[in-house]
Design a protein around this ligand. Structure first.
Ligand SMILES: Nc1nc2c(ncn2[C@@H]2O[C@H](COP(=O)(O)OP(=O)(O)OP(=O)(O)O)[C@@H](O)[C@H]2O)c(=O)[nH]1
Ligand SMILES: [Mg+2]
Length: 237
């Protein structure tokens, strides 16, 4: 197997839908998931590049592994649940620090998942992907279970993206705009899932090329390397 050319990592609290997003994209389905233990990866061929996409565990007990998975990452997808405000706060408090081991020019995407669960205000009208009959916690019985209402607005995600740039000491001019990197998705209906991954893949290609270029000087040309000045003879100075 060829070594992956670049790495993308999904981070976020447990239950936000990281595994479901990856399975929706890679396997085109929305199966039942079990809470991830440790981490797992998929390989994706994108143009001529081999990209590994790492699914990590959101559970607190696996937190220590996060920075290991992020090592050298070309992009990190920070995921929250739009119906659960705490999951966005956790990204800032618990997960952003794990990205310190990522590549210096790592890209960040902020993803609000489970938009299919958002209760539509009366008269708001149906939008693609928002009319799914699923609900958050089981259900059953005759009448439909109450749907949660949105707790995180897209603007909150944009504000968080700007905090990431501050944390990384990056200038807004030098990185993709927040509007390009903040997504709202549904792993259940598939809404915006291809858009998310394929936008990130396209943006990661230049990062991979830069990583490759920086890796090259590790080869030393002995013939052209200057000889160290010899000041003393003998093995000990
Ligand atoms: N309605 C709805 N449910 C979703 C969506 N994405 C995930 N779920 C459900 O949310 C639960 C958690 O999904 P996972 O994908 O396992 O979450 P995770 O982020 O991988 O969780 P950990 O592995 O514990 O970190 C499962 O019951 C999923 O079926 C979505 O877009 N819409
Ligand atoms: Mg998982």
């Amino acid at each position: 197997m060829r070594k992956p050319d670049g790495k993308i990592v999904l981070l976020g609290d447990m239950n936000v839908g990281k595994t479901s997003l990856l399975q929706r994209y890679m396997e085109r389905r929305f199966p039942d998931t079990v809470s991830t233990v440790g981490g797992a990866f998929y390989l994706k061929q994108w143009r001529s590049f081999n990209i590994s996409i790492w699914d990590t565990a959101g559970r607190e007990q696996f937190h220590g592994l996060g920075s290991m998975y992020c090592r050298g990452a070309a992009a990190v997808i920070l995921t929250y649940d739009v119906n659960h405000a705490q999951s966005l706060l956790e990204l800032e408090d618990r997960f952003l620090g794990l990205t310190d081991t990522a590549s210096a020019d790592c890209l960040f995407a902020v993803v609000g998942n489970k938009v299919d669960l958002i209760e539509e205000a009366p008269g708001e009208g149906g939008q693609g992907g928002g009319r799914d009959p699923g609900q958050a916690g089981g259900g059953g019985g005759g009448s439909p279970a109450p749907r949660p209402s949105r707790q995180v607005q897209l603007e909150d995600a944009v504000a968080f993206y700007k905090k990431i740039l501050k944390y990384k000491m990056l200038d807004e001019k030098d990185v993709p705009a927040a509007e390009q990197m903040c997504f709202e998705t549904s792993a259940k209906t598939g809404k915006n899932v291809d858009l998310l991954f394929e936008t990130v893949f396209d943006m990661v290609v230049p990062v991979i090329l830069r990583q490759r270029a920086q890796a090259l000087p590790q080869t030393v040309d002995i013939a052209s390397a200057p000889l160290p000045a010899q000041t003393r003879s003998g093995c000990c100075s």
